[in-house]
Design a binder for this molecule. Structure first.
Ligand SMILES: [Mg+2]
Length: 362
């Protein structure tokens, strides 16, 4: 288990796990955008070496890491390597190659090397960000020193045996930190991966479609169950209630027999439960709204979008059907339904995304 890329809120973590909570998590060094770090006020980057800058024990800095460091330096960053390596000769060689310095002092999570780096460069804790791949050294040390940290995933699988043990504990901590995620990557100093399925809106739309499919199944099954499967007094509940409606002359207003008098009740029940299902899952899962505040207002907006979606569906279906039915009724009905459902899916998705579940800019 890994912390997904995003920003994390340490204060939302439990007292025990707070000290292990990074400011944010990123896929790797290259997905961090130095320009945005600079704009957020950072001036000193503390860089872990093994499995952050280069694979563990490697003597060769990947070209991509090298370029990243020189890009950060060109912006104006000071960079200090903060490593727990025992091989000082190798560390000095890496530092020299990158034209940076290496901190000396007690191993992370001690504050020692963090303080050394800040003293050397004159940076205040607010201006510092630690980038590293380990919670118990890089993140904990940063938190103890009062500096922000970005946790990256280790570059390679090969690791020091002690580190492998730490990874087991990291999993426990990670589970406790997941809920402190504040936002996904879109307002982070992180470059988004470019693949289309990595894009947040595409993922959201896929989730939205899954929720829609689930709601359809729920709606369908509730309707069918209520209409054809719930027994009552030797017959069906639908017939019984339908008969009552017919006798009370309510059903006769819109239906020819008891079964069809009941059907709107079955539809409405299925529809309302499906709507609640969509609201719940789209809020929690698709658009990741945590907490209960504003839930009532969001639900009101959600209903407005959904009801206007139904009206839009009826309107589009009607127009398309009327334009096409001259040739063939069945084809007309099918095309009208598919087209209207497709358009309304987008209407609902963007309505929920931009209106009902829009997050306040903080
Ligand atoms: Mg490391």
């Amino acid at each position: 288990m890994r912390l997904p890329p995003g920003r994390y809120n340490r204060m939302a973590a439990g007292r025990m796990s707070r000290r292990f909570c990074p400011t944010s998590a990123s896929e790797n060094l290259l997905t961090i955008e130095p320009q945005l770090l600079w704009e957020s006020g950072k001036r000193l980057i503390l860089l872990d070496a093994d499995n952050t800058l280069l694979p563990w024990r490697s003597e060769e800095i990947p070209e991509t890491s090298r370029l990243w460091v020189s890009r950060a330096q060109a912006i104006g960053f000071k960079i200090v390597l903060v490593s727990n390596t025992r091989n000082q000769a190798r560390l000095q060689m890496l530092a020299k190659e990158l034209n940076v310095t290496a901190a000396v002092g007690k191993f992370k999570p001690s504050r020692s090397m963090f303080q050394f780096a800040m003293q050397q460069t004159g940076a205040t804790p607010e201006e510092v960000v630690m980038i590293g791949d380990q919670i118990f050294t890089d993140v904990l040390g940063a938190n103890r020193s009062g500096v922000d940290s970005i946790l990256v995933h280790p570059l390679a699988e090969r690791e020091f045996i002690g580190t492998k043990f730490n990874r087991l504990l990291e999993k426990v901590i990670t589970r406790r930190l997941l809920h402190t995620m504040q936002s996904e990557e879109d307002d982070l100093p992180i470059v988004k991966p470019q693949g289309i399925f990595q894009r947040k809106i595409v993922r959201q739309f896929a989730k939205f479609c899954v929720v829609g499919g689930l709601s359809f199944l729920i709606d369908y099954n509730i309707r069918m169950t209520l209409q054809f499967a719930v027994p009552y007094g030797g017959g069906l509940l639908s017939d019984h209630v339908g008969n009552v409606l017919m006798q009370a002359r309510i059903g006769t207003l819109y239906a020819r027999d008891a079964a069809s008098a009941f059907f709107p009740i079955a539809s409405l029940t299925g529809g309302v439960i499906a709507l609640l299902n969509s609201f719940f899952w789209n809020r929690k899962w698709t658009f990741r709204i945590a907490g209960a505040e504003e839930r009532a207002a969001q639900f009101r907006k959600f209903v407005i979008i959904s009801v206007s979606g139904i009206l839009l569906n009826t309107l589009i279906s009607g127009i398309v059907f009327n334009l096409m039915h001259l040739q063939d009724d069945k084809v007309g009905a099918r095309v009208a339904t598919v087209l209207a459902t497709g358009i309304v899916a987008f209407w609902n998705f963007f309505g929920q995304r931009l209106y009902a579940f829009k997050k306040d800019p903080k």
